[in-house]
Design a protein around this ligand. Structure first.
Ligand code: F0G
Length: 396
């Protein structure tokens, strides 16, 4: 059964507290964000009056987010669709399928920024519910699919889209069929399998898997939740809205990885909508076919024409540059991402083009998604006896 409203499903997490109801906050980051945004909170969140008879029957409008919580002045994990409802293709009739996505941390990276000569900010998208930025578009795509009566969604994926589609489909009570490339990283495959998707490993490239998904959709029984679905792009735009809101203005540049180009399309669309004179730098793997960054191992980007027309600047980085940036992010800023997510920083490290600028680099997915890459590139543990002398000696 579809949940209808995510908050209907979240209800058991509420607890009574001195007569007020407080939402148990899942992530500290969300709490801190809420505190920062408290001043404008009422403008961002819509509260719908709930009649006493509806309340008694446990019925709430789809976009109800818990007026009691706000009155208590405490944090609540606001679904992305609620935070940006007025800028998304949803109506009151759209069931909100949410896992608490969006509102991710925007972290200043002072030391790294100083070394690179930029005012550097990192948008940590790995803190989304399935640990990648895909959830921004997926909440909108699956909510709309459910509104349209879909019973099954399908996607082709290098891994992250499949994990996200699996999670949101499970939340919505619809079937997810995911066509993954055989080289998809292990963590992503495990996510999709554990979340109950029908996981099919396609013999072939990502492009061939995407073609197959599109042809399946033509038969009429499935909704495509790849970024060719415009609802996915609509949801992804919200990263730009968040960044601009939280910085109190636009940065000079956005820098992000380029795989299929959906995210670049969304960022350029959002900056154009807001009328921002911001440059968007989209960073691809120099060897698209064979890069170790498996998430962006895509030979023919589905959005190539849109990216070309968007005014985004496209740059290429080598695998060695990606690995160096990836290790630096982990060791110097504490952000363990998957290799493809470090492509943006890899470009910044090798170029003077943005010197002196205020730059936001989007870090798209978590390092645990690709344990194989981490295992290969990070030092293995030394085996020691439980002996303080030995431990002190080897760590000197
Ligand atoms: N970063 C990560 C972690 C990704 O998973 C992807 C794409 C990208 C960057 C590239 O973004 O395609 O919008 O240009 N992953 C897709 C997938 C292809 O199937 O999960 P893009």
């Amino acid at each position: 059964m579809p949940n209808g409203s995510s908050y209907a499903a979240a209800k058991p997490r509420l607890r009574r507290d001195g007569g007020r109801v407080a939402m148990v906050v899942k992530q500290t980051s969300t709490f801190l964000l809420c505190a920062r945004l408290a001043r404008n909170w009422h403008r961002r969140v819509r509260f719908a009056p709930v009649s006493s008879s509806a309340r008694a029957a446990g019925r709430r409008p789809a976009h109800w987010v818990g007026a009691e919580s706000a009155t208590a002045g405490c944090a609540v994990t606001v679904p992305l669709i609620e935070r940006f409802r007025d800028r998304l293709p949803v109506t009151d009739a759209t069931p909100v399928i949410s896992l608490g996505e969006g509102s991710t941390p925007l972290l200043r990276a002072s030391r790294l920024g100083e070394r690179l000569g930029v005012d550097l900010w990192l948008k940590w998208e790995a803190s989304n519910p399935t640990a990648s930025y895909k959830d921004r578009g997926m909440t909108v795509a699956v909510s709309k699919a459910l509104e349209d009566g879909a019973r099954a969604v399908v996607c082709a994926s290098t891994g992250n889209t499949s994990a996200s589609a699996a999670a949101y489909a499970a939340r919505a009570g619809v079937q997810a069929i995911v066509l993954v490339t055989e080289s998809a990283a292990r963590g992503k495959l495990i996510q999709a399998r554990a979340l109950g998707a029908r996981v099919l490993a396609v013999r072939g490239t990502f492009d061939q898997a995407l073609d197959a998904a599109c042809r399946l959709v033509e038969r009429g029984d499935h909704v495509l939740v790849n970024s060719l679905n415009p609802n996915r792009i609509a949801g992804r735009r919200t990263a730009v809205f968040e960044i601009v809101e939280e910085l109190g203005g636009a940065p000079d540049a956005f820098v992000l990885p380029y795989g299929g180009g959906g995210n670049t399309t969304a960022y350029t669309k959002a900056t154009a909508e807001l009328g921002l004179g911001v440059s968007v730098h989209s960073v691809e793997a120099a060897d698209r076919q064979r890069t170790l960054a498996s998430a962006i191992r895509i030979e023919r980007p589905a959005h190539a024409e849109r990216v070309d027309a968007s005014g985004a600047r496209v740059h290429a980085v080598s695998d060695a540059e990606i690995v160096a940036a990836w290790l630096e992010l982990a060791r110097e800023e504490g952000l363990f991402c998957e290799p493809s997510s470090a492509a943006g920083l890899a470009f910044l490290r090798g170029s003077d083009e943005l010197r002196g600028a205020r730059v936001v680099v989007t870090i798209t997915g978590h390092g645990l998604k690709d344990p194989g890459a981490a295992d290969f590139h990070a030092p293995a543990p030394l085996v020691v006896d439980p002996d303080p002398d030995e431990i002190a000696r080897v760590t000197e």
